[in-house]
Design a protein around this ligand. Sequence first.
Ligand code: FUB
Length: 307
Amino acid sequence: EKKQAVLTEENPVTAKTPVYNNPVISHKFTADPAALVHNDSVYLYTGHDEAAKDFHFYDMKEWLVFSSADMVNWKEHEVPLRVTDFKWAKGDAWAAQVIERDGRFYWYVSVTHATNPGKAIGVAVSDSPVGPFEDALGKALISNDMTTATDISWDDIDPTVFIDDDGQAYLYWGNTKCYYAKLKENMTEIDGDIHTVDLPEFTEAPWIHKRNGWYYLSYAYQFPEKTAYAMSRSVTGPWEFKGILNEIAGNSNTNHQAIIRFKDRDYFIYHNGGIPTDGGSFRRSVCIDYLYYNADGTMKRVLMTSE
Ligand code: FUB
């Protein structure tokens, strides 16, 4: 049963958090949310879980986009991007994120490379946040031959992109290892070396955000996944581990977060497998709950609607 969001300033640690109407998308299975605040709207980009109920892995061929002016009512737009838009890829529309620079929208995606074994990161571009998007490069931005993990071929997934106040853009990504590199101003080329970040029990799904001079690197931690995070005074670290931000999200062995501030409220956006009878680890649903900070800048543990 859906419940309407109640906007209060209650402390979610000492009081029951306001209930959000989760999952926010229920007519399709959606996963790996990434959100972009642009003008007076939020654009919610998700993967699309299409696995049959008895198929126990990801079946993901396209990404979706929804927009909202109030975080409650979501409008679905035309499918803006598919794996087939990347001619060099052969499948798997895994986690992705969109950012705007100089009026253009850049969408960093995880896919499986057709010829260079393993996962890879591509980038698509559009003049509109809802697309249509097209492959910006005609080849991978990051592929398996560029990174250091020799034992796994799926370490190049889950890109998160961030532009710092000085205009420098950074791409973070990874599975098992967390990588980062600078992006050139054109947003489609890596600038300099690829570095690694040491984070306790990093699984995947990094997300970078900044607030009041603190940088936050949140990520999927352990497996089944919780969300943990680290903080730093610099986007390149050193990072100080701050612990769990969100527990395992109901009925899904992955958790994948986006963190935004919109109209003076902070939001934690994630997925669970919570749709009754049908939901699960490969049939996930995007949910939203409020996020609260402590006076010292640390984040309070999210209290999910389902808890
Ligand atoms: O949705 C496919 C993969 O599962 C994503 O890339 C990971 O973050 C995990 O959510």
